[in-house]
Write a protein that binds this ligand. Sequence first.
Ligand code: GLA
Length: 386
Amino acid sequence: MNKQTLTLCAFLPFAASAAKFSVTSKPFGKVDGKPVALYTLTNESGAKVSITNYGGTVTSIIVPDKDGKMGDVVLGFDTVAEYVEKSPYFGCITGRYANRIAKGKFTLDGKEYSVATNNDPNHLHGGLKGFDKQIWKARVGNMGDNPNLTLTYTSPDGEEGYPGTLNNSVTYTWTQDNALRIRYKSTTDKPTILNLTNHSYFNLAGEGSETNLQHRIKINAEHYNPIDATSIPTGIAPVEGTPFDFRKSTQIGKRIDEENEQLKNGIGYDHNFILKEADDGKMVTAAVVTEPTSGRILTVRTTEPGIQFYTGNFLDDLKGKGGKNYAHRSAFCLESQTFPDSPNQKEFPSPVLRPGETYSQITIYHLGLKKNLKKKKAQTQTERKK
Ligand code: GLA
C-alpha cells in the first residue's frame, strides 16, 4: 500500500514489530468550498491525538489520568466552521511569524517590509490569513512503531507581505508513550524571516475545566523578555525576585494577580522565557507542568531558544467542544519559538532564513503521569529486595 492510499483508508491497523497503532481519517467539513479531513493517530494504549489539515490544527489529545480514565487535555471545537469563525489559535500551526512584530514593519537586507497590523498596533501570528488558516496537504506514515502525519504547505512569495516562496513541512508523530513530537522543516527561494510554533491550549484536568490556576509549572529559564503595554519585548531581564521565577515548580495562580507592571502588560502571563542551555538547536526541557487532581504531567522539550507562556488571558466564555464553556484563564499555552519581535531586535536570535538553508525545529509535548514515577520507584524497590 503506498502512502497516498493510506490517507484514504478509513481505518488502518498497523502491526509494526511488537507495538500496534492505527490511523483513521474522516471528512471534517469544507473551508472555502474545499474539503478538509480529521486524522486520528492512536497508539497501543488507546491514547490518541486528532489533527486536521486545516491550519495543521491539533483538535484533541486524549490521555489517561492517574486512575486510567481517558480525558481530552486540549481546547478546541467540534466543527471546522467554528475554527474558521472564532478560534483564538486553538492547536494550530502559527506562521510565518508566530507572535508579534512591532508595528508590522521589519527591514531585511536593507529593504523595508510591511505586514498586517492585525493585533493593533502590531503584527501577530502571521497576519490576516496565516498558516493557521491554510489548508495543508496531508500524508499518513509511520516512524517505526509510531504513527505520524506529515503536513505540507507552500506559501507563495509575498503572501501576507513576507518575501520568498516558502516550502514547509510539519510532521506530527504520536509515540507509544504519549508524546506528540512536532518536527518543522522549511526552505525558501529568497531571504525571509520565519518563526513557527504550535498554539495548543492545555488544561491537564481536562478541557472545559474552569481554571488553569491550580497547575504547577516549572520553566527552565533564568531570563525572560519583559514587554511594553502592546506586548512587544523591551529587552531581557532576570526572573529572580519576580513573579516570573518558575525555576522551582510553582502554582500558576500563586502570583498571577500580584501588583506588577509586567503582569499588567500581559494581563497575566503572556511572555517569552529564554531557555537555559538552549544552544543552536540543542534539545532542552523547556517546561514541566503538573496538575494535582488528574495526576497528569506535561513535559515540553524543544530545540528553540524561547517559549511563550500564555495563560489564556484573552479567553472569555467561549463555547467549545461538546458545548463546554472555555472561561478566562481556563487553559495555558507553551509556544516554542524564537524571541518575539526578533526581526527588529538585533540582540535576539536571528529569525532570518536564506536560500540553501533549512529551518528546522523539533518540539515534543509529552503527557505523563505522576503515578508512573511512584510505580517505577515501587518496582525498583521490589527488584532491589529480591
Ligand atoms: C499568543 C499571544 C497572546 C494572544 C494569543 C491568542 O499566545 O502571545 O497575546 O494573542 O496568542 O489569543
